[in-house]
Write a protein that binds this ligand. Sequence first.
Ligand SMILES: Cc1cc2nc3c(=O)[nH]c(=O)nc-3n(C[C@H](O)[C@H](O)[C@H](O)COP(=O)(O)OP(=O)(O)OC[C@H]3O[C@@H](n4cnc5c(N)ncnc54)[C@H](O)[C@@H]3O)c2cc1C
Length: 393
Amino acid sequence: MEIADFSQKSFLTELTENEIIIRDTIRDFAEKNIRPFIMDYDESQKFPMEIIKQLGELGFLGVLIPEEFGGAGLGCQEFCLVIEELAKVDPSIALSVAAHNGLGTNHIYLFGNDLQRKKYLPYLTSGKKIAAWGLTESSSGSDAAGLKSVAEKKDGYYLLNGGKTFTTHGTVGEIAVVMAITDKSKGKKGISAFILEKGMEGFIAGKKENKLGMRASDTTQLVFENCRVPEENLIGNKGEGYEQAMKVLAGGRISIAALSVGLAQGCLDASVKYGNQRMQFEKKLNQFQAIQFKLADMAVNIEAARMLTYRAANLKDNGRPIKKEAASAKLFASEIAEKAASEAVQIHGGYGFIKEFPVEKFYRDVKLCTIGEGTSEIQRIVIAKELFKSIPD
Ligand SMILES: Cc1cc2nc3c(=O)[nH]c(=O)nc-3n(C[C@H](O)[C@H](O)[C@H](O)COP(=O)(O)OP(=O)(O)OC[C@H]3O[C@@H](n4cnc5c(N)ncnc54)[C@H](O)[C@@H]3O)c2cc1C
């Protein structure tokens, strides 16, 4: 029996010819170049630099950046297609590609000046250098505005002290955007964003985390010890860093939604395949209604999550507000992905607990989706705040 390809069959609109080419290119790449090695990367926790470089050569590391800076000049919908396809095969590589494109690189593109864009973006869009983005600190995660890193203005430079926690690409990244306090008295409006380069004195990659899942994606502490950051590396104006970061995160959340959709789709595909092969009581698992119901629920949830995700992406591409829509897509997609991964392991029985089957890894990787770029609780807070804004007192 041919395995049905459930993915991207029922979009709000049909895929364009260009989108089909993008999807098929990344799908092909992931099947041939990533799938055979995912467990090696997972077990060794090795960042797959060679894969990431190849993705750069194919244009997938500057998806959202205009061609004049070496990017592909595409929109958020195409970006979601790329992340979804990667996540179906390896969510940890999808996470790295999402973070590189959507956080560090995008922050410089959206808020950097022309000099900064020209200086840094061509390296990032080509994959010659990898981007990191540091907002979270050991004592400030959900409460991002509670960060403590300080950038003190001196003659022609800022003296940066403090550190960041859980920075994707903290070790392998060569260009980092980090947020730090420039005026404590102003609260959120006293936070600024800076571009840091590997090799700057006092800019140190700290401990690399040993993680439950997403193990191929590098997650590291950053340490700033009297790090001298040139004045011209301030992004935008002093005090704009927090607001910039929140805008970057809103877009980033759509990519985590796409990652969740892809991961859930990977779980469904693997489960349909397994259920068609595994015999119990002289029947294929897929012939049991209890299994069919699980698969049906997964398929419906994935469709709903995909629609929320591409709707948010479409709104973003059209310059419309996305705060609530991005949070909704991220919340729903990550939670149905978690359920899908759990059901996929259940459908596989004991084999789902074994590393030879892809659902074991999906089950570990998926937990990041309800945590990274704002936990589910924070998404609900964002959605509720937006909801109250639309209701008159
Ligand atoms: C693999 C990985 C990669 C990451 N990459 C990056 C990166 O590249 N850059 C970066 O800046 N950060 C990154 N992060 C950090 C991530 O964004 C944070 O972990 C996340 O925002 C949660 O913060 P926290 O871990 O400090 O949890 P906390 O904020 O301490 O939250 C703990 C729990 O309390 C809940 N909670 C907190 N406040 C409230 C509230 N007001 N109401 C209800 N519940 C609440 C949370 O939802 C959560 O369940 C990464 C994290 C991981 C694990």
